[in-house]
Design a binder for this molecule. Structure first.
Ligand code: AMP
Ligand code: MG
Length: 514
C-alpha cells in the first residue's frame, strides 16, 4: 500500500509579501501521483476580487487564520489571483456516467485543487477553488461559476454539515468583478471548497476506461491510505475498499432520505469515494412529502427523484465495482471469484441502507427501543404524508411537541389536508410510545435533535441569491446562513425559515447554472 507521505521535495512559490505571507500549511499528496492523474496549472486571475464570506469556524478547524483569509492577500488567493505558499495547483482527471451515459473524460473543468491541509481533527482535507478559470478539462466551458450557484453551494453544504450529514464544506466565497454568460449575464464568483478528498467513482472509471490497471491500482491504494486505512490489513484490500465505500454510501443516502434532501445530479462523477455529499448543483430539500419529487431542470425522466436516490447510488457503486474489477481479480483466485465477491459487496448496500433508514425513522418518531411493527408504523405515516402532501420537515418537527402528549396534535393535524389521516395514525403511535421507557419531555428533546426546525428551503435560498445577484447585498444570505447553521434549535425571530413556501413562493425547478 502506498502511504500518504508527501515529503518528496517540491519547492513552493513565495507570494513575496515582505514576509507577511499566509500559511496554509499545505501538505500535498495527490500531486505526488503520476502526471496522468491531473493537469498542473494555476488559477486564472480575475479583474476585481471582493470577499463575500469567510467561514470562520471552519478556517480555525483547519488551522487557518480567518483574518489572514480576509486580508487583501487572502482574498487574492481565494480568487485565484495569487498562489499561496506551498500550494501545487492541479485540475483532477476523472470520467463519469452522466444520466446513464458514459463520458470518458470529464475532469475539473472549472475547479483547481490548491493542495491539502491537515485539520485539527487529524483528517487531511483538500482545499479547492471552484470557478477559478478554464483547465485542460473544460471541454469548451468557461471555467467559471456564477454567484448564484456559489451561494447555493455555500448555504446548502453548510446546512448539511450542521444537520450532521457528511459533506464537502464551504471555506469562502468571493466575487470576481467579472461577468459570466449563462442564460443571462451574471456576476462571477469563486467558491473555496473543502473536502475529505475529491476522489469520485468517476476517477476510477477514468483509468478503468483506458484499461490502465496500474493506475487503477495506484488510485485504489491512495483511496485506501486516505479514507479506508483498515482495508490495507484485510485479506483482500481492494474488496475491503469496495465494501467500505458501499457502506459509507448506504449511510450517506439514508441520511439524505431522513432529511428530505434531493441531490439532483447523482452522476458517478458526483459520487465521492470518501462518502461525502459533493457537487451541489440543482439540489433541493423537499417540502411536500413526495417520493417522486424532482427539482432539477435537467432531470427530465426523474432518474434522480427523491425516492430513486438509493437505487441511483447502488447503480453508481456497480460502476465503481466494474472499474475495480481488474484489481479485484489480481487479489482473487480467478476473475469469476472477483465478480462474485464484487456482487456480494454490492448486495450489502440495500440491507445497510434499510437498517440505517429504519433506525433513523425510529429516532424521528421518538422510539428509542426496537419493536417489530416500527417500520410499518413509519411507512404508514409516510404514506399518509404523501397522500396529504404534508411538509416533510415541519411534520416531524411538530411531532416533537405531539410526542409529549395529545395537546401537541393540533399543530401536526393542520398540516394534513385530511386531518383524520393524522389522527388515525397517531392513535397507534401513542400506543407504541407507551411501550417506551422514556417520558414525554426526554423523548421530545431527543426528537428535536434529529428532526430539524430549519432547512435551507428553496424559496429562501432563491431569495438570498436573487438579492445578491441584483446587487442588493448579502444580508439575506448571511441571515439564512446563520439560520441553517443551527438547524435543530427554535430561535425566536427565525420562525419564517421554518415555514414552507406559500403557494406563490414555491420553487418548482432548480438549475445547476453551470
Ligand atoms: P457538474 O455538472 O457541475 O458536476 O459538472 C460536470 C462536468 O462539467 C465537470 O467535468 C465540470 O468540471 C464541468 N463543468 C461544469 N461547468 C463548467 C464550466 N463553466 N466550465 C468548464 N467546465 C465545466
Ligand atoms: Mg460534478
Amino acid at each position: 500500500m502506498s502511504s500518504l507521505d508527501s515529503s518528496a521535495g517540491m519547492s513552493s512559490a513565495s507570494s513575496g509579501l515582505n514576509g507577511r505571507t499566509i500559511q496554509f500549511g499545505f501538505d500535498n499528496t495527490y500531486s505526488r501521483l503520476p502526471e496522468l492523474f491531473y493537469a498542473r496549472l494555476n488559477p486564472t486571475a480575475v479583474a476585481a476580487p471582493q470577499l463575500v464570506k469567510v467561514n470562520v469556524e471552519l478556517a480555525r478547524d483547519l488551522g487557518l487564520e480567518p483574518d489572514a483569509l480576509r486580508s487583501h492577500e487572502g482574498v487574492e488567493i481565494l480568487a485565484g489571483n495569487r498562489v499561496a505558499e506551498g500550494a501545487e495547483p492541479i485540475a483532477l482527471a476523472y470520467a463519469g456516467h452522466q444520466f446513464g451515459y458514459f463520458v470518458p473524460q470529464l475532469g475539473d473543468g472549472r475547479a483547481i485543487l490548491l493542495g491539502e491541509v491537515l485539520g485539527h481533527d487529524g483528517v487531511r482535507y483538500d482545499i479547492q477553488l471552484k470557478g477559478s478559470g478554464p483547465t485542460p478539462f473544460s471541454r469548451g466551458g468557461d471555467g467559471r461559476a456564477a454567484l448564484g450557484p456559489v451561494l447555493r453551494e455555500y448555504l446548502v453544504s453548510e446546512a448539511m454539515a450542521a444537520l450532521g450529514v457528511p459533506t464537502t464544506r464551504a471555506l469562502a466565497a468571493v466575487t470576481t468583478g467579472e461577468q459570466v454568460l449563462r442564460d443571462t449575464v451574471l456576476p462571477g464568483a469563486v467558491l473555496t471548497r473543502v473536502a475529505a478528498s475529491h476522489l469520485r467513482v468517476g476517477t476510477f472509471q477514468y483509468f478503468a476506461a483506458r484499461r490502465d490497471v496500474k493506475a487503477v491500482r495506484l488510485l485504489a491504494d491512495y483511496a485506501i491510505a486516505r479514507h479506508y486505512p483498515a482495508a490495507a490489513h484485510a485479506k483482500q484490500p481492494y474488496l475491503a475498499l469496495l465494501e467500505g465505500i458501499v457502506a459509507r454510501q448506504a449511510q450517506l443516502i439514508a441520511k439524505w432520505m431522513l432529511i428530505g434532501f434531493i441531490h439532483g445530479v447523482m452522476n458517478t462523477d458526483n459520487t465521492s469515494i470518501s462518502g461525502e455529499t459533493i457537487d451541489y448543483g440543482p439540489c433541493a430539500f423537499m417540502e411536500a412529502y413526495d417520493p417522486a419529487a424532482v427539482f432539477s431542470s435537467i432531470d427530465h425522466g426523474g432518474r434522480y427523484a427523491y425516492g430513486n436516490q438509493p437505487r441511483a447510488a447502488l447503480w453508481n457503486l456497480a460502476r465503481l465495482a466494474e472499474g475495480l474489477l481488474p484489481v479485484l481479480a489480481q487479489e482473487s483466485t480467478s476473475e469469476e471469484a472477483a465478480v462474485a465477491a464484487a456482487n456480494q459487496a454490492l448486495a450489502t448496500f440495500e440491507p445497510r441502507f434499510e437498517a440505517a433508514r429504519i433506525a433513523g425513522l425510529r429516532r424521528k418518531l421518538g422510539l428509542l427501543t426496537e419493536r417489530e411493527g416500527d417500520a410499518a408504523l413509519a411507512e404508514d405515516l409516510l404514506q399518509r404524508m404523501a397522500q396529504n402532501r404534508t411538509d416533510f420537515t415541519l411534520t416531524f418537527r411538530r411531532m416533537c411537541d405531539a410526542a409529549i402528549g395529545p395537546d401537541g396534535d393540533a399543530g401536526v393535524r393542520t398540516l394534513f389536508s385530511e386531518p383524520g389521516a393524522y389522527e388515525g395514525w397517531a392513535t397507534g403511535w401513542r400506543r407504541r410510545l407507551d411501550e417506551e421507557p422514556t417520558n414525554g419531555t426526554v423523548r421530545a428533546a431527543a426528537m428535536r435533535a434529529v428532526n430539524p426546525a430549519i432547512i435551507p428551503r428553496n424559496h429562501s435560498v432563491e431569495a438570498a441569491i436573487a438579492a445578491a445577484t441584483r446587487q442588493q447585498g448579502f444580508q439575506q444570505f448571511e441571515d439564512l446562513l446563520d439560520a441553517v447553521s443551527r438547524p435543530y434549535e427554535d430561535r425566536p425571530g427565525l420562525e419564517k425559515y421554518a415555514m414552507p413556501a406559500r403557494p406563490e413562493q414555491c420553487v418548482l425547478q432548480t438549475f445547476c447554472g453551470t
